[in-house]
Design a protein around this ligand. Structure first.
Ligand code: SAH
Length: 222
């Protein structure tokens, strides 16, 4: 493969969108276009670049992963973004999911607990020209109160239960998409805030790295 040729990557990306995402039932043109635009190969470690458009999660260092393309697309789709939203992501990792969200919403705040991942995500997103994303370092299970409320919240790591601060920081009509459950398998959930009512939907089983922090799993290294 010729890494210098941008059209090779674009062809791989189009195939990814068609085979892994559209054929599996995600039909929103806006979501498909966002996935076709974001250069995923620039978000993975250089030694894995050849695998960037494969149908799987990849290691990004610090024992963390960039999610499988289909998972990024499905979670994004469930947020129902129209373009004017303020979005919160927990678990910036490589910054890839944040870039996809930034293609579809007005503003994205993404929180990353790991300082070195946060720094590289910040540098990468700035180099790619994403001016509507802010990468913050902290415990995302607490949300980001000073920027709340959010129209949509996406949690990219597995929580033992739904962190109350995230529900509290949802705007009226807001959606929260989050994997909830034990280490080996979780259920992807969507929470919706409508007036005083909170609705909960089970979407599908999934597997994520653990969410650590005050409303996450304890960090065994601490
Ligand atoms: N969305 C990322 C993948 C995230 S992997 C991408 O597109 O590449 C999950 C990330 O959540 C890891 O980087 C991990 O460090 C982070 N994380 C775990 N617990 C967290 C917390 N409480 N607050 C913020 N980030 C957290």
């Amino acid at each position: 493969m010729n890494h210098g040729n941008g059209s090779d990557w674009e062809a791989l990306r189009r195939a990814m969108v068609e085979e892994q995402i559209r054929k599996r039932g995600i039909r929103s043109p806006r979501v498909l276009e966002a996935l076709a635009r974001v250069p995923r190969h620039l978000f993975v470690p250089e030694d894995l670049i050849e695998h960037a458009y494969e149908d799987r999660a990849l290691g990004i260092g610090e024992r963390q992963t960039i999610s499988q393309p289909y998972m990024v697309a499905a979670m994004t789709d469930y947020l129902e973004l129209q373009g004017a939203e303020r979005v919160l992501e927990i678990g910036a990792g490589s910054g890839y999911q944040a870039a996809v969200l930034a293609e579809l919403a007005r503003e994205v705040v993404t929180i990353e607990k790991n300082g070195s991942l946060a720094e590289s995500a910040r540098a990468r997103l700035a180099a790619l020209g994403y001016h509507n994303i802010r990468v913050e370092i902290g415990d995302g299970t607490l949300g980001w109160p000073e920027s709340a409320p959010f129209d949509a919240i996406l949690v990219a790591a597995a929580a033992p239960s739904i962190p109350p601060p995230l529900v509290a920081q949802l705007a009226e009509g807001g959606r929260l998409v989050i994997p909830v459950g034990q280490n080996d398998q979780q259920m992807l959930m969507r929470i919706r805030k409508l007036g005083n009512e909170i609705s909960e939907e089970k979407l599908f089983p999934c597997q994520f790295v653990p969410l650590r922090g005050a409303y996450g799993w304890p960090d065994l290294r601490e």
